[in-house]
Design a protein around this ligand. Structure first.
Ligand SMILES: Cc1cc2nc3c(=O)[nH]c(=O)nc-3n(C[C@H](O)[C@H](O)[C@H](O)COP(=O)(O)OP(=O)(O)OC[C@H]3O[C@@H](n4cnc5c(N)ncnc54)[C@H](O)[C@@H]3O)c2cc1C
Length: 445
């Protein structure tokens, strides 16, 4: 069977390798030609490529299940397993820049018999009598028995085959920068397995540890907070990083040096789009969507590659089961995604809306169900809740599992307790700093 995969991101590459190992001839088409000879990679069209990625346990498990040598190659390339301080033997993710992750996965795809990587832009899916028979790439047709759309959150070529996406802008905007620890320098302070998180009323500051002594700093703000938009300028970002204690500790000149420009993020979305068209039917037998093409979530808790590879893993198994009955495969995959992936989207939609509401000055709303972030925060008061919250946090239990401890969290908030705010500038103080540094440096830009 010849399968065409649109998109050589994590989902497309993973799916292609796994299908080739099951006997498919796979052509993966991406407009991006791959890394340069020196290993650098501009990756236009995937705006998040150089932004920090935290890779979760599900990503590690997906690799180990289908392509364990890719895991070994990642470690050889300098990636480090993420472990918990009290359970050093348990791997809960991998610390790695997306550049390294994708370079290693791409090399595995290039070396995989049965996979061909092809550079070009897919304009359309070719159909005959309701069945996908290939894709139109630049000016010619690539024939295929099965077309898999792994074109990510920005993919456009198959829009007309599905109903509209649910969701929209998640309300949060990112600015980040990559850094390298200096020789002999130790990591800065950490309060999470992947680095350091500081949550302020009005913004977030996060450090993600990567491979080879690199790390990223990140400041996330409300996308409507125009005053903070100037964080994308280097002088402003540096001044803000010096003012936020957790970022300052990591970026002090004796500890590290920046290795990229300050990276502004594009718009971030919570969206979900199943397999079906406006009429609730599979529009083309043999055209299946997977990865970010199905679900994108606010990246600040790093669920995107996990939900993408969980989907890819499920899809390759279903293709085995359903053989050439692609319509029944699409329907079963759609059902599985609705049960196992969509809840993560819905979780973020509610969480983000409530977070933005609180960031604009409102208190916790006890007249409505508590969002997941507030339930998680309440474990600081009642650690017993971690028995339920821990599996959710690790994405081993769906968001609905939190209902068991929501009443306890509600009691905690009803008593007047609120999550403690870390040391550092308030949103208004940070915004004032952003405005003044931006005004001072405007003349130099
Ligand atoms: C700012 C940001 C930070 C993130 N941080 C994290 C994180 O910490 N942890 C995490 O797990 N996830 C994170 N994510 C999510 C993660 O990046 C995505 O889940 C992941 O990229 C999905 O992979 P994909 O292969 O489905 O899509 P993509 O990575 O978008 O790949 C799609 C590919 O398709 C190609 N393509 C698209 N259209 C065409 C066409 N017509 N013809 C040819 N090629 C085409 C593109 O060039 C691209 O290579 C983040 C996302 C953002 C936006």
């Amino acid at each position: 069977m010849h399968t065409a995969v649109i998109g050589a991101g994590p989902t497309g590459l993973y799916t292609a390798i796994a299908l080739a190992r099951r006997g498919h001839e796979v052509t993966v088409i991406d407009r991006d030609p791959g890394p340069d000879r020196d290993g650098s990679w501009n990756r236009k069209g995937v705006m998040q490529f150089h932004h920090p990625h935290g890779f979760r346990q599900q990503v590690v498990e997906a690799l180990l299940a289908e392509m364990p040598e890719v895991w070994d190659d990642l470690i050889a390339a300098g990636a480090a397993p993420t472990t918990l301080p009290d359970q050093p033997g348990r791997v809960v993710g991998v610390r790695c820049r997306r550049l390294i992750f994708e370079r290693v996965l791409r090399s595995a795809a290039e070396a995989q018999p049965g996979v061909t990587l092809s550079t070009g832009h897919v304009d359309d899916v070719c159909c005959e009598r309701g069945r996908a028979v290939g894709v139109r790439m630049d000016s010619h047709q690539v024939d295929a028995d099965l077309v898999i759309d792994a074109s990510g959150r920005a993919g456009q070529s198959t829009r007309t085959f599905r109903g509209p996406a649910e969701g929209g802008d998640c309300g949060v905007a990112y600015v980040s920068r990559q850094h390298q620890l200096l020789p002999g320098a130790q990591n800065g302070p950490m309060n999470a397995p992947f680095g350091m998180v500081a949550i302020y009323p009005g913004y977030l500051a996060i450090v993600f540890i990567h491979d080879n002594r690199t790390f990223s700093t990140l400041i996330a703000r409300a996308s409507t907070d125009r005053q903070m938009a100037a964080l994308r300028f280097q002088e402003v970002y540096e001044a803000a990083s010096r003012a936020i204690p957790s970022l300052a500790a990591w970026t002090e000149p004796d500890r590290s040096r920046p290795i990229t420009a300050v990276l502004p993020g594009g718009r971030l979305y919570n969206t979900y789009r199943g397999q079906l068209n406006h009429a609730g039917q599979v529009a083309a037998n043999g055209l299946i969507f997977v990865g970010d093409a199905v679900c994108t979530t606010n990246p600040s808790v790093g669920r995107g590659v996990a939900t993408s590879l969980m989907q890819a893993q499920r899809l390759v198994c279903l293709l085995d089961d359903h053989r050439r009955d692609f319509t029944s495969c699409s329907l079963e995959f759609d059902h599985w995604c609705a049960e196992n992936i969509k809840p993560w989207f819905s979780d973020h939609v509610y969480w983000d809306a409530e977070l933005i509401r609180r960031w604009s000055g409102h208190d916790v709303d006890l007249t409505r169900p508590l969002p997941s972030d507030l339930i998680m925060a309440a474990t600081a008061v009642d650690p017993e809740m971690l028995k339920v919250v821990g599996p959710y946090l690790a994405m081993l239990a769906l968001p609905a599992s939190l209902a068991a401890v929501e009443p306890r969290a509600r009691e905690i908030y009803a008593s007047g307790w609120r999550p403690p705010v870390p040391d550092g500038p308030t949103r208004d103080e940070l915004a004032a700093l952003v405005t003044s540094v931006s005004a001072r440096s405007a003349g130099c830009r």
